[in-house]
Design a binder for this molecule. Structure first.
Ligand SMILES: *Cc1c(COP(=O)(O)O)cnc(C)c1O
Length: 462
């Protein structure tokens, strides 16, 4: 994990970048809009989530605790549906956070569900998501996973390799199932936050290369398989993307392929899936455009390019994960120890860490955090919020200004932890994984139970 060491932060004598450390916020108690859940506010100084006092949540459910605002999730689903055309489709990427309650919410709002493993597929089926609204992705789906998807009646299968097409063709020989198949195309476009790269080659494990002709060959094989119904093309260009420029280039290349397919086979694609990857604000420095604006622009790009190519406009699908669930959830921690390293910073240790949020260690991610159990007018102190694991890279928030009167027992809230946190949680150091509690209109209920020591010992059969 070489990234953990970077950046090391200020040392005596180092020349620091002009913007380090970040300036303290004007008001430590302010909840910056766009980072915290839509229903978050302070009542008498105490953070309220979904109408619940965080002190009550901590007392009832313990900490660390993921608190998920159900109405926030639902409102973001509606934003997408409103922004896209009536015939278009939004599929929630379950890998961002997958549990039955979440999949029921998004499904009841009218979204489909993307799964990328047999495990996620079982959760979606157990949640009662209509199988025809489930799409199966993945670069190495096993024969068992494909059989299960076929027998369950999964709506779309996004194929990713020639082996998979052969496996599917074989499996459908004997069965009545005739799945809709999308071909995953790598366009050479890779996007991340502020930049995108558009190359003529594809250096990644996913999908069929457009540049090499593999994508066209994959389409040929799908069309030639009587058991498969060719539905269209799929492209996913990255994550935490803040504008549509990369999507525009990718869409252009995919539409170009759709034209060649029409010319060769006389078939127009019914579905064009541009994947997920829209970004969210983790800190005040992140300024992503509104999702509704991005989704509208994406729709316009597809309209324009299909029109220019003389192609009937296919149904557009987008597959957001992070933008649906990321901002809905706050992690509550209890402050345990506080250590001041003279002249540098203060280390605030909380009762979780890299086992419930690996993103800081893994991606050098930034987060905003706040004292949640009370307001404070004490002056700001530059802190580093760290976990309880035996690893110096166990950092939750690299730079955080917290009030100088912060004390053990205070509750700390870290914002925007809904996506890729509980989902990537581990049992490192045999720390049980926290519960997820859904809050809505002043009520709270557990949707994922906290692990117990019994849970940890259950698999240890030696
Ligand atoms: C990861 C992924 C998504 C979701 O990405 P977000 O960044 O969470 O929106 C969508 N589609 C595919 C194919 C993915 O791999």
């Amino acid at each position: 994990m070489s990234r953990i060491a970077h950046p090391a932060g200020p040392r005596h004598g180092d020349v620091l970048p002009a913007d380090y450390p970040p300036a303290p916020p004007a008001d430590l108690n302010a909840l910056h809009p766009g980072i915290w859940p839509r229903g978050a506010w302070r009542s008498g100084g105490v953070l309220m989530l979904g109408g619940m006092d965080v002190r009550d949540l901590a007392a009832e459910f313990g900490t660390p605790l993921y608190v998920c605002d159900e109405q926030d999730v639902r409102s973001r689903c509606r934003d997408y549906l409103e922004a896209l055309g009536p015939g278009d489709r939004v599929c929630y990427a379950a890998k961002a956070f997958c549990c039955r309650a979440m999949l029921r919410w998004v499904s009841s709002e009218g979204l489909g569900v993307d799964v990328c493993t047999g495990g996620e597929l079982e959760v979606a089926l157990a949640a009662g998501v209509p199988p025809e609204n489930i799409a199966l992705h993945g670069n190495n789906k096993t024969v068992d996973e494909l059989s299960r998807a076929l027998s369950a009646g999964v709506g779309d299968i996004v194929v990713d390799s020639f082996e998979e097409i052969a496996r599917l063709a074989y499996l459908t020989e004997e069965s009545a199932a005739r799945p809709n198949v999308l071909v995953r195309v790598t366009t050479g476009v890779e996007a991340h936050t502020h930049e995108f790269m558009a190359t003529a080659h594809d250096d990644q494990k996913f999908g069929f290369s457009l540049a090499s002709g593999a994508a066209e060959e994959a389409v040929r094989r799908v069309i030639a398989s009587p058991g498969l119904s060719f539905a269209g093309l799929h492209s996913h260009i990255g994550s935490q993307i803040f504008d549509t420029a990369g999507f525009e280039v990718a869409a252009q290349r995919v539409v170009g392929l759709a034209v060649r397919i029409r010319d060769e086979h006389g078939i127009e694609i019914a579905d064009l899936d541009l994947g997920g990857g829209f970004g969210i604000a983790y800190t005040e420095e992140d300024k992503p455009p509104e999702v509704m604006e991005l989704a509208r622009r994406l729709g316009a790009i597809v309209d324009g390019q299909c029109q220019a190519a003389g192609l009937a406009r296919p149904r557009l699908t987008v597959e957001p994960g992070r933008t649906i669930v990321g901002p809905s959830t706050v992690t509550l921690y209890t402050v345990g120890t506080i250590k001041d390293v003279d002249g540098l910073r203060t280390y605030v240790s909380v009762d979780g860490g890299m086992s419930d949020n690996i993103r800081t260690a893994l991606y050098d991610a930034s987060y905003a955090c706040a004292l949640a159990s009370r307001a404070s007018s004490a002056p700001p102190v530059l802190c580093r919020v760290v976990g309880k694991h035996c690893e110096s890279g166990d950092i939750v928030v690299r730079h955080a200004y917290l009030p100088s009167d912060l004390a053990p027992g205070d509750l700390l809230a870290v914002a925007a932890t809904g996506a890729y946190c509980r989902e990537m949680a581990s049992n490192y150091n045999h720390v049980p994984r926290p519960a997820v509690v859904a809050v809505s209109a002043g009520t709270a209920r557990t949707i994922v139970r906290r692990e117990s020591i019994d849970d940890l010992l259950r698999l240890d059969v030696g």
